[in-house]
Design a protein around this ligand. Structure first.
Ligand code: ADP
Ligand code: ZN
Ligand code: ZN
Length: 717
């Protein structure tokens, strides 16, 4: 009997309904089966979405092409996985084909059956070898009272859990024990643990391996992130899909991993903006994690009819899939959900070892010597720390030596020729580099416009602070009498593979006394001997136009402060220094008492008055074009043509505006804000609007439009 499966193939974002194509097959194909099918002149990877026994209407049987091959070495992608990608495509306004195929490892797209069979064989062999217990076993410490309470509450949780734990409260131990419990409850159970950045995976991976390899063998943990080679990613994906890997540890893309036995999802540092993808489908891995856990729980509840009262009231504890969002400074969205009772809040306010959080020291820059980058009292405090053999962390959110180079005699500045931004002066290799488009050139000897030899840096970046600190601390002495050692860590110093690990090791072994860096150093790492953290340029975020800037600043400062005093011996004396021109700002009052709930309450009240998320819902329509006029014409045209659409009255459409950095790599950028009072209203409108957007691409006044994208729940406006 001939079958007519509809198959999802990779299709560009805006090809409309073309994602599902009908093919012919002489055998029945289960939904989720991976196949290779002809598409135009090529043969591509596809996923069977539905099997039909009659040809679809309008398709003459002789027109249909045959499925070229079935990748029958792989189990079909299960229904929950398919629902997840289908939901993600719809919610984030992308084509199903784009989202579904992008969720698979790239190498899989290019393999034929023979190659795949070879990989699977190699994989099976590796798994067999990998069952030997690893040597570096770790012994689980007895849980603290707070950890025990959180774990007990989690065991009976019937909704997503928000683990609100101070920095150093031992959230990782909770993840480890929750994982242990999930694995023990079911021999097929799998756990997904997500971290916001690749940098944070090695440390966590080591801890999970040490905990689980002795009992479960070497292949039990796999990592999944974009820093892996394509063969590594494929191997990890196959291990997860086959169930041989019980724990997948990864960055946001791991939310789409095929995990047939998924029972627990952990989202560590859930507030981190890195969970939101900034290109392609602009999905939030955190939000999808919550949705995914719900899908899995519902499926499990229906699969076990004797489990009791059904999906709505069945506790997820034993039978479902749990999701734990962890943070010391939750996103306001998650906090709000916990306040409303939609999430279960598990609080761990105390640090392991009972150490205090660092004391806040605000430096009023109005009372410091003019032009001082580092206030004298801060420098003195740093010298004292160094003399005691303690370490300092200095944060500055700007890499390079200086953000601008300017001529003294004329108006020349190091403007990027391709962007509406300045090129940053990097002193080490004497280059001017655009951080937006990458355009790089050598620093000119003289002003390119007037020939003046005095071109000077304006403002400061991490390179310059590193240089200045080395000079300012030249007389500082360590307990052994040696000079203070200053180092820097940012995207520039960690570009080479292994360099981040090497730098972290140097810091841990005490080879560095003062570490200067961008926010990269504020996150996650467990530094033991740091007792002083200083933030040099926090003010920019206090008055930024982005309404989320205070939330981010608060999280960053709490996180950075969390690096200090993690060793209980030092915690009593650890300090967080903040240089500011606005010490009276209310944000600092909450920071001083480490009072995230107070800060969140104040921010949420403001957002409620303004109808901002989570008290309102937003989407951005973004356009890139050759000219700003074309970009805006497309956006405004799309808004005009929305008139009369169903659900049009449920949303507010604002006029198009240029982005803050209006031009990048010679492309002009603009956006239009859409607001609605409910998520459902926003979704309904966006779906209705989609065909209008496609049609507006050809508006005569939008000539020169390069691309457009919808960003649902945008993080920056
Ligand atoms: P967080 O992620 O909440 O900032 P961590 O998980 O890094 O905190 O834990 C802080 C430190 O406390 C780590 O060094 C960890 O090994 C240690 N720790 C966690 N739980 C316990 C415990 N129950 N007993 C002893 N030490 C613990
Ligand atoms: Zn000049
Ligand atoms: Zn540029």
């Amino acid at each position: 009997m001939t079958h007519w499966p509809s198959i999802v193939v990779a299709t560009p974002a805006h090809s409309g309904v073309g994602a599902l194509l009908s093919y012919r097959s002489e055998s029945a194909l289960a939904p989720g089966t991976l196949v290779r099918v002809p598409l135009g002149a090529r043969e591509v990877l596809g996923i069977v979405w539905a099997d039909e026994t009659a040809p679809p209407e309008g398709l003459a049987p002789e027109q249909a092409r045959n499925v070229a091959a079935v990748l029958d070495g792989l189990a079909p992608l299960n229904a929950r996985w398919r629902q997840l990608v289908q939901f993600a495509a719809r919610y984030y306004q992308r084509s199903l084909g784009e989202v579904a195929l992008a969720a698979l490892p790239p190498t899989l797209r290019d393999l034929d059956n023979t190659q795949l069979a070879r990989r699977l064989k190699r994989q099976a062999k590796a798994a067999a070898i990998g069952t030997a217990p690893a040597s570096a076993a770790d012994t689980a410490p007895p849980p603290s009272d707070e950890q025990a309470a959180a774990l007990a509450a989690l065991a009976g949780a019937d909704r997503p859990a928000l683990l609100f734990g101070a920095t150093g409260s031992g959230k990782t131990e909770v993840y480890l024990r929750a994982t242990e419990r999930a694995l023990a409850a079911d021999p097929a159970a799998q756990v997904l643990v997500m971290v916001p950045e690749i940098n944070l995976t090695p440390q966590l991976e080591a801890r999970f391996r040490a905990r689980f390899e002795p009992r479960h063998g070497e292949g039990v943990v796999v990592a999944m992130h974009s820093g892996m080679t394509p063969p590594q990613r494929l191997a990890a994906w196959l291990a997860a899909h086959s169930g041989s890997a019980r724990i997948v540890l990864g960055t946001r893309l791991a939310v789409f991993a095929s995990l047939p036995g998924l029972r627990l999802i952990v989202v560590d540092e859930e507030h981190d903006p890195s969970y939101k993808s900034q290109d392609g489908a602009r999905y939030s891995a955190r939000d999808l994690a919550v949705y995914r856990a719900k899908l899995e729980s519902e499926a499990l509840a229906t699969a076990a009819p004797d489990a009791g009262a059904g999906p709505a009231s069945a506790p997820a504890g034993a039978a479902g899939c749990q999701v734990v969002l962890g943070s010391a400074t939750p996103s306001l969205e998650s906090w709000h959900a916990a306040e409303q009772g939609r999430y279960l809040r598990l609080a761990m306010p105390a640090r392991i070892g009972g150490g205090a959080l660092p004391r806040l020291r605000l430096v009023d820059m109005n009372h410091q010597p003019k032009g001082a980058t580092l206030a004298p009292p801060l420098l003195a405090a740093m010298q004292e720390r160094i003399a005691r053999g303690e370490q300092c962390l200095v944060l500055l959110n700007r890499r390079g030596y200086a953000p601008v180079l300017a001529c003294d005699a004329c108006a020349w500045k190091s403007q990027c020729p391709h962007c509406s931004a300045f090129r940053v002066f990097h002193k080490l290799d004497r280059t001017l580099r655009c951080h937006h488009c990458g355009f790089t050139s050598r620093v000119p000897r003289a002003c390119p416009d007037c020939g003046n030899l005095d071109i000077a840096p304006i403002g400061r970046g991490t390179e310059q602070i590193e240089e200045q600190l080395a000079g300012l601390l030249v007389d500082a002495r360590r307990p052994d009498g040696g000079p203070a050692r200053v180092a820097r860590m940012d995207a520039d110093t960690t570009r080479l593979k292994g360099s981040l690990e090497a730098q972290l090791a140097a810091l841990h072994s005490g080879e560095v006394d003062v570490l200067v860096g961008t926010q990269m150093i504020a996150k996650g790492h467990d530094f033991r001997r740091i007792t002083l953290v200083a933030s040099l340029n926090a003010d920019a975020a206090l008055f930024a136009s982005d309404y989320r800037a205070p939330e981010r600043l608060f999280a960053l400062l709490m996180q950075a402060g969390g690096r200090a005093g993690r060793d209980a011996r030092h915690s009593g004396v650890s300090e967080m220094w903040v240089q500011t021109w606005h010490p009276e700002h209310p944000l600092f009052a909450a920071l001083k008492t480490h009072d995230y709930p107070a800060f969140a309450a104040e921010q949420l009240a403001e957002r409620e008055m303004a109808g901002m998320p989570p008290h309102g819902y937003q989407a951005l329509l973004r356009a890139d074009a050759r000219t700003q006029a074309a970009a805006q014409a497309f956006l405004n045209g799309a808004a005009q043509q929305a008139a009369g659409l169903p659900h049009r009255d449920d949303v507010t459409l604002y006029p198009a505006v240029p982005l803050t950095i209006q031009r990048v790599a010679n492309v002009e950028r603009a956006q239009l804000l859409v607001e609605a009072a409910s998520r459902a209203a926003l979704q309904r409108f966006l779906s209705a609007w989609q065909p209008v957007l496609l049609a507006c691409r050809t508006l005569p006044e939008a000539r020169g439009l390069v691309r457009f994208a919808v960003d649902v729940d945008p993080l920056a406006i």
